[in-house]
Design a protein. Structure first.
Length: 335
């Protein structure tokens, strides 16, 4: 019965929304200045809803599509385009593909992945991304005892330069360790003010109980995620930027707490990214348990060129495999 009822209900929602699209109106204060509280929402709401329904991939359990009426500002990337990202740090060959290859070879490999995704889903344009770990959890405490290292500006600039080679967007990723997002996110503000730069946060290395990073899996609460999205939303409003994307890594239940309290903004698009490595059956199970069953807004999926091959059947999931998921991930990350 659900298979018949749900498409009809969704169709009714689309028709209602299409007949009632509105753009928020800016109003002027007595001083003649435009109030910042009211921002026009210009996204095509009908196209947005249709794409969310398509990404739900026929889910009949009521989890997806999620937030059908939470519309982004004009200029939003998601869900209209799929992001294909290369992840890592330029100082380390072990942290991801970014540190393993020189820029030209990196782009040769990334272009192969882009082509594969274009082929498997020609209805969704793809855009490349460089996902760079700008604040790295460390095994040593450092001068302030926070067990994290902030990358120097010249290295972040190098990541931006690599992205520019392929007209890619950039994600700056934060592993707070014994610090907090409130102390770390503002250190990247000059970059986050750039229209093509977005943010990633990694609860795995958020050590709220004081453990050394790497000794146990860390955690973030909805309040941490809300701080980041509030911060990004303010940057968007204050600097007249297109919507920002916030990537939140997750592969355990405890990594993200109180997901129902995560707040959405027209200025920010939140992606819950399935970040665990392992054999295909384990990765699919993790995605179902912690991404599918606890919907926030958009979903991502991480693939490991090396770690995913460590156990039988020693294969990495393909784009065609990921397109079978419910929902289909709109952000794909390669490490």
């Amino acid at each position: 019965m659900k298979r018949q009822i749900i498409p009809i209900v969704l169709a009714c929602i689309l028709i209602f929304s299409g007949c009632n699209q509105k753009n928020g109106k800016k109003t002027r204060a007595k001083s003649g200045e435009v109030k910042q509280e009211e921002v026009s929402i210009k996204v095509d709401t009908l196209a947005y809803q249709k794409k969310l329904i398509a990404l739900a991939n026929g889910d009949t359990m009521g989890h997806w599509p999620n937030n059908l009426r939470s519309y982004p500002l004009d200029g939003a990337i998601l869900p209209f385009k799929r992001i294909i990202a290369y992840y890592g740090n330029l100082y380390s060959k072990k942290m991801g593909v970014l540190g393993e290859y020189p820029p030209k070879e990196l782009w040769r490999k990334l272009n192969i992945e882009l082509a594969a995704w274009k082929k498997v889903d020609p209805t969704t344009p793809v855009i490349p991304a460089i996902h760079y770990i700008a604040i790295v959890a460390s095994g040593t405490p450092g001068k302030d005892g926070k067990y994290r290292t902030r990358m120097p500006a010249h290295q972040i600039d190098s990541a931006l330069a690599i992205a520019k080679m392929g007209n890619a967007i950039v994600f700056l990723d934060i592993q707070v360790a014994l610090s907090k997002v409130q102390q770390e996110v503002p250190t990247l503000e000059k970059y986050l003010k750039m229209p093509n730069v977005h943010l990633g946060i990694d609860p795995e290395f958020s050590m709220k109980e004081g453990h050394r990073p790497g000794t146990k899996i860390g955690t973030m609460d909805a309040t941490d995620i809300n701080y980041c999205s509030n911060y990004l939303a303010k940057l968007v409003k204050d600097n007249n930027l297109p919507p920002k994307i916030l990537i939140v890594h997750r592969f355990t239940q405890g990594m993200v707490r109180n997901y129902k309290n995560i707040k959405l903004h027209p200025e920010v698009q939140i992606v819950m990214n399935m970040d665990g490595w392992g054999e295909p059956i384990l990765k699919r199970s993790t995605y179902k348990l912690y991404i599918y069953k606890e919907p926030v807004q958009f979903t991502g999926f991480k693939l490991f060129y090396k770690n995913d091959l460590k156990k039988a059947p020693n294969v990495m999931l393909t784009p065609a495999d990921l397109m079978k998921l419910k929902p289909q991930p709109i952000y794909i990350q390669y490490q």
